[in-house]
Design a protein around this ligand. Structure first.
Ligand code: HEC
Length: 314
């Protein structure tokens, strides 16, 4: 088990002498405002599914400009219970799986780095045996307004009817992707036919890409961070720009991500005065692919402004 930095400091008073890494310079979270974010099991409810009025009575209003969160925050527990049960949009329910969970989320930054802290209890999770290597994976997506679909629908901007383990996958291992990268998008998804290289380059140059951070977690082992982007597919970026630290105690995970505010080309630049969309996913009980919990989209600003989260400077 990794000893939290706070404990080391209290026990040895050595924080300065130990050359602690960026993640260990994270603020004392007890002084940072926290918000609850509910995550629920979405089953196979894809971008195409939610945009189809015959499936989903919110489709027309979403098309007319009302975002998912505006209708659904507060519904997650009920939605998760319905979807995890197999009564709707789920042909392979995992017996005994809880339908939702709650994460306490905090953001802060200093001159160099942004920090994100999530605390959550997973409840009684059956072992789905889909991912033998990781008990739990925590993911955050972040986007700066350049991807309208993710801006308005968070993770649903990337989740398609024909991605792996979705209804129209046809055995494909297709990952998440952004709608505008496809030549055609139908109710079955966009398939593998992309727009021309020229059009894709223009999209990319306009910032049309979603960044994700992920922590791989096993109780008693150090967290492992990965990060990447979703464009025409999910691509992991190396070297990893994100750090993750985690502790597990009494059934509760406490996870801290950090990365430089400005991590260079290919990364969302984080600065005061801009508005970001974030959303969260948690794979619990050795699950993979779509068998996760997801949140609706939340807004983030640095220092000041009206948003779900205001990351204050420490
Ligand atoms: C105008 C309000 C509204 C908006 C916007 C909206 N929804 Fe819905 N959604 C509903 C209602 C009402 C239901 C209940 C079932 C029904 O009548 O279709 C629902 C049902 C669902 C369900 C099925 C689970 C359930 O509890 O019935 C999912 C999943 C869902 N919405 C996801 C989304 C996503 C993702 C977005 C954004 C892309 C979104 N919704 C936008 C109103 C909305």
């Amino acid at each position: 088990m990794r000893v939290p930095a706070k404990t080391l400091i209290a026990a040895f008073g050595l924080a300065g002498a130990m050359g602690l890494s960026a993640a260990s310079a994270a603020p004392n979270w007890s002084g940072v405002p926290a918000k609850d974010v509910a995550l629920f099991y979405p089953g196979q409810s894809s971008w195409e599914w939610v945009l189809t009025e015959t499936n989903h009575s919110g489709a027309d209003k979403f098309r007319a400009g009302k975002d998912c969160a505006a209708c659904h925050i507060g519904d997650e527990k009920t939605m998760g219970a319905l979807l995890v049960s197999g009564k709707m949009n789920e042909k392979a329910p995992i017996p005994g799986k809880p339908g939702s969970l709650n994460a306490k989320v905090q953001f802060a930054h200093d001159a160099q780095n942004i920090y994100v802290h999530l605390e959550f209890a997973e409840g009684n999770q059956p072992n789905a045996k889909m991912d033998g290597a990781h008990a739990t994976k925590v993911t955050m997506m972040i986007e700066d307004g350049s991807v309208v679909e993710a801006n308005r629908a968070g993770c649903w901007g990337m989740c398609h009817e024909d991605s792996a383990a979705m209804p129209s996958a046809g055995g494909s291992s297709r990952t998440m992707y952004l709608p505008k990268t496809r030549a055609h998008l139908t109710a079955q998804g966009g398939g593998d036919a992309l727009k021309s290289a020229d059009e894709l380059n223009k999209l990319k140059a306009s910032g049309y890409s979603v960044e994700y951070w992920q922590a791989h977690l096993n109780p008693g082992a150090p967290a492992v961070a990965v990060n990447g982007n979703i464009f025409d597919k999910r691509d992991e970026t190396k070297p990893t720009a994100v750090t993750a630290e985690a502790t597990y105690s009494g059934g509760t995970w406490s996870v801290t991500f950090s990365r430089k505010l400005n991590a260079g080309p290919g990364f969302v630049t984080l600065a005061p005065g801009k508005r970001y969309t974030v959303a969260f996913a948690i794979h619990s009980g050795h699950t993979a692919k779509r068998f996760h919990y997801v949140s609706f989209e939340r807004s983030l600003v640095l220092d000041q402004g009206s948003a779900d989260f205001v990351a204050e400077k420490k």
